[in-house]
Design a protein around this ligand. Structure first.
Ligand SMILES: [Zn+2]
Length: 157
């Protein structure tokens, strides 16, 4: 899926978190959520996050390729565990980051290239029928954006 679709999905999830969940440190969670929604695409050169972190992205692409290690649960779970151990006060960020990555991987699982959820194992590579930047992207971006607006609006009534 393209960046706009992931961004719209993060916005929709943020609307739900912001409107309906009564939890502390929502802002830290939302920052993690949006970062997690973008992060996996650091393994493709055309993504916005890759343009910001050019050298890091290049190293990741060279060693891991696109839709491999950085499109799996390995990295976000490692980040979550590291924060849990070393910086527990940032746990809301880690929860948001993990949620953002999982939503990203879920959406990319509908693409033809698929997602290796349990990389380096190949037992759970989930693929779908849609190509990136196609009709499914446009449809989902529209649904998530209007869904976010609707959820925000509902929270005021
Ligand atoms: Zn992706």
């Amino acid at each position: 899926m393209r960046g706009k679709t992931h961004n719209a999905a993060s916005l929709f999830a943020a609307a739900i978190v912001f409107s309906f969940l009564n939890i502390d440190h929502k802002l830290m969670l939302l920052i993690g959520l949006f970062l997690g929604g973008y992060f996996p695409d650091i393994d493709i050169d055309t993504a916005k996050i890759s343009k910001i972190f050019k050298d890091t992205s290049k190293v990741i692409r060279t060693f891991f390729g696109h839709r491999e290690a950085f499109h799996s649960l390995l990295f976000p779970v490692a980040v979550y565990a590291a924060i849990l151990i070393a910086l527990p006060e940032a746990l809301p960020f880690a929860r948001g980051f993990l949620l953002g990555v999982v939503i990203h991987l879920f959406l990319d699982s509908f693409n033809k290239k698929g997602v290796p959820w349990l990389w380096p194992s190949k037992i759970l590579r989930v693929r779908g029928p849609f190509k990136s930047d196609g009709v499914a992207d446009t449809f989902l971006t529209t649904v998530f954006t209007f869904g976010a607006i609707l959820v925000f609006a509902m929270s005021f009534f």
